[in-house]
Design a protein around this ligand. Structure first.
Ligand SMILES: Cc1cc2nc3c(=O)[nH]c(=O)nc-3n(C[C@H](O)[C@H](O)[C@H](O)COP(=O)(O)OP(=O)(O)OC[C@H]3O[C@@H](n4cnc5c(N)ncnc54)[C@H](O)[C@@H]3O)c2cc1C
Length: 579
């Protein structure tokens, strides 16, 4: 049986909520009696302009916008957190209320689903998340689910639809929009040299992952064009896994990236083309302000750069000579690799493993250069705090203040500058800030549960509410945070899955406990109608499948598994041609 087309509902009023039995709603503080066919002053609901767009989005067999008894959930963000949460809500709800169906719309500002699982995970690690991407695609292609790619919920002054509009169309909103906005550290010279050799890791990651948002100049621009001087030394600020990712990718031979990974062609060209400023990188220096005990590397990722990439680069660990200058006799000073029973006691298992890996590698390194060693080196400098980016037209060096650690109360470390030590000048033509990313929030709602007074520990950002304006009362659905939008930019995909499970439980509990309460009336607008009216080109699953096929076809043509489409216009052009 053919899937039911969304176009059937465009422009028409659907049966009232009462007629549907009211089962899709769940209660709250207020109740509303009336519903108007307007959303915040926009006159909507004509069928004009919807042609073509509708053909791409269909509900699964046997369901539809007017089907009685369905709960409607909107998930903002098609990354791991949003999709696992949606999947979990559907499963838990079917267990808690066997008769209650759920329809889920997933919105993403990118035209392609997957979030950072597709556009953040380094291409040489992509096989480890292929099952996650498969789950995402399978879920979005399933019944009762629609994907709205290339649709942005208003944030940072731009976007296609307001959060409150969504709240008036659905029974629950999940904000799983991640935290993939670049972060800056405010180091002296950073603003002046931004785009002139100083960039964030988010920009480089977007570039090597082939993120279409990079092409939209979303991340501020790469800034290292063909006229840029040759880069020999790169500084990476930060001591986490993203710092390891970008360093490893910059030092791995482009030939092996081509043969073994789906790294974007543009990045590979930058590394390999004779005329490119990045084709002659010799050294990457990771700068960590604190000592090896505080490194936020994962043991597996660290072992990979220390031991498993020897054919591409040599890894070395550097710590400042302690006790230099006038600091020599400072009470409590502890060497970076010095044993301390108190610190060992409070360290996590992961920290102990990372510390041991670093200490062993450091002690084995005689500093000699083997004859057959590759010409590239990775330095991890601990207790090196970057204090200024310097250069006239472009970055030429980074000034570094050497740090020392002091033991406080036997179980804590304090970090401060080594008294009297001169600043170190590290020549560098490119600096990459690999600090934790941030989320700018959506539509006036700051990200994260902690930012909501009195809500610590709860993922519910906004309760169900009713507001009034000239067109009458509007019931607004509750809003929940999930994934990186909930707990900040930390943790691997597995952590977001755990969070998604927790958040879905709260959503379903709310739905079940408030059964009989009133949700959006049956005639609430459909998102597709609203977007059509605004001329937004939505990329649905049918288009994404076509893009995926095209990526495979292009890959095969040059002997690779796939060649990502990296320009939004190109993706939209292909999507449009299918309509
Ligand atoms: C460089 C890097 C490498 C990583 N490598 C690994 C790894 O190897 N293994 C691992 O397990 N984890 C890795 N992670 C962590 C992993 O990516 C995250 O744990 C996970 O992606 C978080 O999931 P999320 O769904 O919360 O956010 P995201 O994956 O960021 O998804 C959020 C989605 O919301 C969309 N969105 C944002 N704003 C809006 C808006 N206003 N309107 C509509 N849509 C919006 C975005 O386009 C995005 O698709 C890495 C992270 C980074 C940054």
């Amino acid at each position: 049986m053919a899937a039911r087309r969304l176009c059937q509902s465009v422009g028409g009023l659907r049966p009232s909520h009462e007629a549907l039995g009211g089962a899709s709603g769940f209660g709250g503080r207020h109740r509303t009696a009336t519903w108007r066919y307007h959303v915040f002053g926009h006159a909507l609901g004509t069928a004009s302009g919807t042609k073509g767009l509708c053909s791409s989005l269909s509900w699964g067999e046997g369901s539809g916008p007017s089907k009685a008894g369905n709960a409607k959930v909107c998930v903002v963000g098609s990354g791991p957190a949003g999709i696992y949460c949606a999947q979990s809500v559907a499963k838990k709800l079917s267990q808690a209320k066997p008769g209650l169906g759920v329809r889920i719309d997933v919105i993403d500002r990118r035209p392609i689903p997957g979030g950072l699982a597709r556009y953040g995970v380094a291409p040489d690690h992509a096989p480890s998340v292929s099952a996650v991407l498969e789950t995402i695609d399978n879920f979005l292609g399933g019944g009762n689910v629609r994907f709205f790619g290339n649709v942005q919920v208003k944030s940072g002054g731009s976007g296609d639809v307001h959060l409150d509009e969504l709240r008036s169309m659905y029974d629950a909103i999940v904000l799983a929009h991640g935290a993939d906005d670049p972060n800056w550290l405010g180091i002296a010279g950073e603003g002046r040299l931004k785009g002139k050799g100083v960039m964030t890791a988010r920009e480089l990651v977007a570039l090597y992952c082939g993120d279409p948002m990079m092409e939209k100049d979303f991340y501020g621009g790469f800034g290292v064009g063909p006229k840029y001087p040759k880069v020999e030394d790169v500084v990476v600020v930060g001591a986490g896994n993203v710092a390891l990712d970008v360093s490893r990718l910059l030092l791995t031979s482009p030939e092996s990236l081509v043969a073994e990974t789906n790294t974007s062609k543009r990045f590979i060209d930058l590394l390999s083309s004779e005329s490119s400023p990045l084709s002659g990188i010799k050294r990457v220096h990771i700068l960590a302000r604190r000592g090896p005990r505080a490194a936020a590397f994962a043991p597996k990722e660290l072992r990979e750069v220390l031991q498993k990439r020897e054919e591409h680069f040599v890894s070395r660990i550097r710590v400042p000579a302690q006790g230099g200058g006038e600091d020599g006799g400072r009470a409590g000073s502890i060497g970076p690799f010095e044993e301390s029973a108190g610190l060992t006691k409070v360290a996590t298992r992961m920290q102990k493993r990372v510390f041991k890996l670093l200490r062993d590698h450091h002690s084995k390194d005689s500093g000699e250069v083997r004859e057959d060693a590759p010409g590239k080196e990775l330095f991890i400098h601990f207790l090196h705090k970057p204090v200024e980016f310097v250069g006239a037209e472009h970055l030429s060096a980074v000034h570094v203040e050497l740090q020392r650690e002091t033991l406080v109360d036997d179980q804590a470390l304090e970090v401060g500058p080594i008294d009297g030590a001169a600043k170190v000048e590290l020549p560098a033509q490119l600096a990459i800030i690999a600090a934790s990313q941030r989320s700018i929030g959506v539509d006036g709602i700051p990200p994260g549960r902690a930012s909501h007074e009195g809500r610590e520990g709860s993922p519910r950002a906004l309760d169900r509410d009713v507001i009034s304006d000239t067109s009458g009362n509007k019931t607004l659905a509750p809003v929940y945070f999930c994934g990186w939008a909930n707990h900040g930019a930390k943790g691997i995909i597995g952590a977001s899955m755990v969070d998604a499970d927790e958040v879905s439980r709260v959503i379903v509990d709310d739905m079940v406990s408030s059964e009989g309460g009133e949700g959006p009336p049956g005639e609430a607008l459909d998102l597709m109608e609203v977007l059509s009216e605004r001329g937004v080109q939505v990329v649905g699953m049918a288009q994404w499948k076509a893009v995926r096929e095209e990526e495979r076809r292009r890959g095969q043509a040059c002997g690779r598994a796939m060649e990502k489409l990296t320009r939004v216009e190109e993706i939209l052009g292909l999507a449009q041609s299918l309509k």
